[in-house]
Design a protein around this ligand. Structure first.
Ligand SMILES: CC(=O)c1c[nH]c2ccccc12
Length: 116
C-alpha cells in the first residue's frame, strides 16, 4: 500500500546509525579521511562520507527516512572500495561492513514501517 511513510523517529535513525558504527570495529569510518594526509583522495572520491558526518546530518534532521541514511552509508562504503585497492585491509573491511550493514538497514526499514 502507498502507506504514508512518516519520517522515522530520530530514535530509530540514531539506534540504526549506532548499530552500523558498532560494526566498524577498526574505526576506519569514524571520521572523514584526512585530506592533508591523503592528498590524492579527491581525485577518486567526489563526495567524502563518514560516520561522524552522518551523525551531524542526523541531528540536523537531514535524514527523512531510513533510505536517506542508507544512501550515505552506501556512499561511504563505495568511496572506500573505490579509493582502496582490493588487497587492502580497508577494502576488505568495507566489503564486510557493506554486507553486515545491509542486514541492519533492512531490519531498520521494517521497524520504520511497523512504527509508521
Ligand atoms: C575509509 C578510508 O578510505 C580511509 C580511512 N582512513 C584512511 C587513510 C588513508 C586512506 C584511506 C583511508
Amino acid at each position: 500500500t502507498l502507506e504514508l511513510q512518516l519520517t522515522p523517529s530520530l530514535v530509530l535513525l540514531r539506534s540504526t546509525l549506532e548499530r552500523l558504527q558498532e560494526k566498524d570495529s577498526d574505526c576506519i569510518f569514524i571520521s572523514p579521511v584526512n585530506l592533508s594526509e591523503v592528498p590524492d583522495y579527491l581525485e577518486f572520491v567526489s563526495e567524502p562520507m563518514d560516520f561522524s558526518t552522518m551523525r551531524e546530518k542526523l541531528e540536523a534532521h537531514k535524514y527523512c527516512s531510513v533510505a536517506d541514511l542508507e544512501a550515505d552509508f552506501n556512499l561511504m562504503v563505495s568511496n572506500c572500495l573505490r579509493y582502496n585497492s582490493s588487497d587492502t585491509v580497508f577494502h576488505k573491511a568495507a566489503m564486510q561492513l557493506k554486507e553486515v550493514g545491509g542486514a541492519i538497514l533492512r531490519h531498520a526499514q521494517s521497524q520504520a514501517l511497523s512504527a509508521g
